[in-house]
Design a protein around this ligand. Structure first.
Ligand SMILES: NC(=O)c1ccc[n+]([C@@H]2O[C@H](COP(=O)([O-])OP(=O)(O)OC[C@H]3O[C@@H](n4cnc5c(N)ncnc54)[C@H](OP(=O)(O)O)[C@@H]3O)[C@@H](O)[C@H]2O)c1
Length: 225
């Protein structure tokens, strides 16, 4: 199904079939926004809506990437690869480098949000001490070493290629669990070890990409105090 984006806010989503992205997609539709989503297998989305435009394709398909971001005001990337040895090394860095010129060419775009991993340091290498200490063993035991490297490289790419015309945000959520949502989350300067639901993270992300106070920042995600 395709629609022309007509509402004031049009959210582009990469990773919309994933654990966070599917909630971001539903939440954006619930709020009355237009949504454009890239999906390798549109059948996995399991949703039809007159404000939803589904573009079939993958990260290699530049035409599909361009079509996904066409007319968007905000773009969210909740995509990623698998944990462990099967991780396609550098996949997110290649994808973001391919996507970037398309975002820069999109006149309506106000902000881009990239969902990274908890342990990834800021581009200047800074990270709270607790995460510096925990990152190597945590990445090793969860099989996320390559994912962590890749996400760090994306964050350095975004910092080195800041746009004058739209803001970028990198979120670093911590422990995520599949449970019912309904809990308010906030952007935080300090890491939170509390478990948060994919549903709440999806909703938070749709709000965060529209929060200009977060542009240029790398917030953790915490329960609202
Ligand atoms: N899960 C966690 O516990 C956790 C915690 C903290 C941070 N994070 C970060 O958040 C990101 C998102 O995590 P998640 O668990 O919500 O995602 P996920 O469930 O692993 O979903 C990944 C998404 O990326 C899409 N994708 C992967 N490769 C693609 C390609 N080549 N072309 C098009 N689409 C592609 C997948 O599409 P298909 O459905 O077609 O495979 C899927 O929609 C992760 O990468 C990680 O960096 C995750």
């Amino acid at each position: 199904m395709t629609t022309d984006p007509t509402t004031e806010v049009t959210i582009g989503i990469f990773g919309g079939t994933g654990q966070t992205g599917r909630h971001a997609l539903h939440h954006a539709l619930q709020l009355g926004y237009a949504v454009r989503v890239l999906a390798r297998d549109p059948g996995k989305l399991n949703v039809q809506h007159d404000r939803l435009t589904v573009v079939q394709g993958d990260f290699e398909n530049v035409a599909a990437l361009r079509e996904t971001v066409k007319g968007t005001t905000h773009v969210i990337c909740c995509a990623g690869g698998s944990y462990g040895k099967g991780y396609d090394k550098g996949m997110m860095t290649r994808f973001i480098a391919r996507l970037w010129p398309l975002l820069c060419a999109e006149p309506s775009l106000k902000a881009f949000l990239f969902q990274s991993v908890f342990f990834a340091p800021e581009p200047d290498g800074s990270n709270p001490l607790i995460l510096k200490l925990l990152a190597p063993p945590a990445a090793f035991f969860t099989g996320a070493s390559e994912m962590l490297k890749d996400n760090g490289a994306v964050m350095r790419f975004l910092a080195a290629n800041r746009s004058d015309t739209f803001g970028s945000i990198v979120t670093r959520p911590g422990k995520l669990v599949e449970k019912t949502g309904g809990v308010a989350l906030v952007a935080s300067r300090t890491p939170s070890f509390a478990a948060i639901s994919f549903a709440d993270l999806g909703a938070f992300t749709v709000g965060a990409v529209q929060d200009a106070s977060l542009y240029g920042r790398y917030p953790f995600v915490a329960l609202k105090p």
